[in-house]
Design a protein. Sequence first.
Length: 221
Amino acid sequence: MAFEKALKRLGGRSTQEQAVDDFHRLYYDSKVYRQTFWRGFETQKCPLDLWIYQEIVHELRPDVIVETGTFSGGSAYYLASLFDLFGGGRVITVDLEPQPNLPVHPRITYIAGLSSTSPEAVTRVKGLIKDGERVMVILDSDHSRDHVLDELRIYGKMVTSGQYLIVEDTNINGHPALPKFGPGPMEALDVYLKESDGFELDSGREKFYMTFNPRGYLKRR
């Protein structure tokens, strides 16, 4: 009740969900996420999601995190830094056109110049994963529905029991950001979840209200 009264005083919407969506669009449209850095390297992430990643890595201690979509390497560097803190783990990151001057870190392996869904990239990723290792996957490359769906079908199989498959930027195409984007990660996720029962959605990872990955935290059964 106090929250509703506060919103009315501020001229806001009448529901908590609408308030969250309004702030989400304001935050996203400001493009401030493009000014979010980890130790000097651009991450293009919502800090609330980065905090959730830290909690997941601490709780589940994956041996390997596979990331599609390297860009400037900031998120891979962030994940590698978490592994430094926790004393183990490494990052495999794939990008068709990564940016120059990527961060150098002994826990990061870059696979550059290949589409994440190409047979060569997939073979190289699999070759870097040892038998019995705990594997987590983060999808953040081409955001078109068909590409993300292909990634889900390929990389979902690499995720080990109890670990996460995170589909990033499910907020675009009106969920609630960029309403004119066209079918993207959320639409790919809708198709994939009808095909596969190997994952469950973990809404608890959206506890900070705003996430760039709504319905995007999938935990392997």
